[in-house]
Design a protein. Structure first.
Length: 310
């Protein structure tokens, strides 16, 4: 996984979720609260998700080979997509089923101080994990909104951890709401209602994650700022005077493929064209270090047949 920030956020989330999962299952054993059971499964699913992200980051570092000549950078996108599937099935669907059963067959919450105490502990632990993710994400967020950052980030780890931790904090509030009302009213239906709300929340987060990581898996272009840097670097006004058209593709979060048709002078020699292409590649790599694979096709510019330069 590139950048220590993503790794720190994932490891912090993993440690917090493992501790919280154990505490929630203990509280469920003493109280019988379905909200605590759903939250325990939620934390267990989150722990598995962080392991998936770490494994994906490790596998993505493998060198390119004959079978995968562009490398394994998209392993991180695969891991991000699997996270959404795990969150949906283990977390969301299980919580919806458990909440439905509890509403149909309610029973009071026993030893209420166990779930309340564990929920308080979990809020502190999840809050610390969320703070770490927010701090690390600010480096790449810039002036975007948080929603914009999640939509446009090319590295999946921090957006995944941010959404998971935010969902976990909201889920803890919902669980506390359900347990609290069940204790106050002596009606276990409220515990089931809290569990259903947790399930709906997890399914919604899973859908967002699946949508964003699917887009990355399909292949996204460089961001607008990177495109402008690459386009400006290709043109030197002498040996390359225009970009006829250009395409970019993320091979991984920090790896870009750049393919462009560039306009060279009509009187350029073969040696001059080769030198122009080499110089243009060097300028692009200096301007945008993520551009690892560059294919440039020299051509003569003809406005009548030139395609859209985008």
């Amino acid at each position: 996984m590139s950048g220590s920030g993503g790794s720190r956020a994932v490891v912090a989330a993993l440690g917090a979720n493992l501790a919280i999962a154990v505490a929630k299952f203990v509280a469920f054993g003493f109280s019988g609260s379905s909200s605590m059971l759903a939250e325990g499964v939620h934390s267990l699913a989150d722990s598995g998700n962080q392991v998936l992200l770490l494994v994906g980051g490790h596998r993505a570092r493998r060198a390119a080979d004959s079978e995968h000549p562009f490398g394994y950078g998209r392993e991180r996108y695969v891991s991000g997509f699997l996270v959404s599937v795990v969150l949906f099935t283990l977390g969301g669907v299980f919580a919806l089923y458990e909440g439905y059963e509890k509403v149909r067959h309610p029973h009071p919450v026993d030893d209420w101080y166990w779930p309340v105490g564990v929920l308080a502990f979990a809020m502190v632990a999840e809050g610390l994990s969320f703070r770490t993710a927010v701090r690390e994400a600010r480096h790449g967020k810039g002036g975007q909104s948080w929603a914009g950052y999640v939509r446009t980030a090319k590295a999946p780890e921090l957006p995944v951890v941010l959404l998971e931790d935010a969902g976990a904090l909201i889920g803890l509030v919902l669980a506390l709401f359900g347990v609290g009302l069940a204790v106050l009213t002596h009606d276990g239906v409220w515990d089931g209602a809290g569990t259903l709300a947790i399930g709906a929340l997890l399914v919604a987060i899973a859908v967002v994650l699946a949508t964003e990581t699917k887009s990355l898996l399909l292949g996204e272009s460089a961001g607008p700022e990177a495109l402008e840097r690459i386009r400006a670097a290709l043109v030197d006004g002498d040996s390359v005077y225009r970009v006829i058209h250009m395409r970019t593709l993320h091979l991984g979060p920090e790896e870009l493929l750049v393919a462009a048709k560039i306009a060279v002078p009509a009187d350029a020699t073969g040696a001059g064209i080769a030198a122009a292409v080499d110089a243009a590649e060097a300028r692009v790599r200096a301007a945008e270090p993520m551009a690892r694979v560059i294919y440039l096709e020299p051509d003569l510019y003809d406005a009548a047949r030139a395609p859209d330069p985008t």
